[in-house]
Design a protein around this ligand. Structure first.
Ligand code: HSE
Length: 317
């Protein structure tokens, strides 16, 4: 155990999924973050962060201010472990991208620590510990990135704490396209735009769409999924943060997307479609539109809805 190094990977996640603000999310195959955990030297208590790569030096090295550090500490406390842990974090996800970067770091950290101690913590405990880290990273408490980052698949968070996570079916061929414009949006700032009240008509339309999307997933009804992929609450209020949002969405739909919206709080956008051929056409159209309206070099991904979430990828003694 003393020399063991356990590395876990957790994937990028698309949260909200248009009509499911704060309650829906799905996992991508890649990219993602990796966190390695090993026993800290004798006498070190709690979590220490030894190294972070891929963040250009921007993330806190102080474990009490780092998403992965806070999540790992919450798990140590939950499993009653008094020995200390040293973490190394490899950020594969861009910061403030809307791809669930803080959730991925938190999820990978708890899975690595759980495996280091052979704790076999129940999934609810892993989710609750990762939630503590995400709360720090996002400045608010929601599980729509954490739940798919840990569980994989397409999930509905019925209740965040204690977690009540509903796994939704994934219709065969359902494919995600994600485009990350060369922009950063802090979740806390994007949430500040939302205010605290929602007109009743917008709420009614949102929960009608959410129910329809869940039913569409259950019955592989792609036409219903397409009609349901509409956000009446967050996206309209956040649209000013992403120049050309309407045109980028139009480009995705014209290229064959079932729907397109912000991924989480943006600036990334996701589209859902049926099959990889149409996904390739959607990526091309979205990237062209993002370059025209935002500029820079967008990153683009095509992925199935990944059935597996955070997992151990290596264990070296
Ligand atoms: N549901 C959250 C939001 C996700 O849209 O603010 C951001 O991480």
């Amino acid at each position: 155990m003393t020399d063991r190094v356990v590395t876990a990977f957790a994937p990028a996640t698309v949260s909200n999924v248009a009509c499911g603000f704060d309650v829906l999310g799905f996992a991508l195959e890649r990219p993602g973050d990796e966190v390695s955990a090993r026993l800290a030297p004798w006498g070190v208590r709690g979590i220490r962060i030894d190294a972070i790569t891929g963040d250009a030096g921007r993330l806190p090295r102080d474990a009490s201010r780092n998403t992965a550090g806070v999540a790992a500490q919450a798990l140590l406390t939950a499993i009653g472990e008094r020995r200390g842990v040293a973490l190394s974090i490899a950020k594969g996800l861009p910061l403030s991208s809307g791809l669930g970067g803080s959730a991925a770091s938190a999820a990978a950290a708890v899975v690595a620590v759980d495996a280091l101690f052979d704790a076999h913590a129940p999934i609810e405990m892993l989710v609750t510990a990762a939630f503590e880290g995400e709360r720090l990273g996002a400045g608010s408490a929601h599980l729509d990135n954490i739940a798919p980052a840990i569980c994989g698949g397409f999930v509905l968070v019925r209740h965040p704490n204690p977690p009540d996570i509903v796994r939704l079916p994934i219709p065969s061929g359902l494919t995600a396209v994600v485009v990350h414009p060369d922009l950063e949006i802090e979740t806390a700032k994007a949430r500040a735009l939302l205010g605290t009240t929602v007109p009743l008509g917008d709420a009614i339309r949102q929960w009608a769409n959410l129910g329809a999307l869940v039913d569409g997933l259950h019955r592989s009804d792609f036409a219903l999924i397409a009609r349901a992929l509409e956000d009446t609450i967050a996206e309209p209020r956040r649209a000013p943060l992403v120049p050309g949002l309407a045109a980028i969405k139009r480009a995705a739909l014209d290229a064959g997307a079932l729907g397109c919206s912000l991924s989480g709080s943006g600036p990334s956008l996701f589209a859902l479609c049926r099959g990889t051929d149409v996904a390739a056409r959607i990526v091309e159209a979205m990237v062209r539109a993002v370059k025209a309206h935002i500029g820079g070099e967008p990153q683009a991904y095509i992925s199935s809805i990944a059935p597996q979430g955070a997992r151990v990828v290596s264990c070296v003694s």
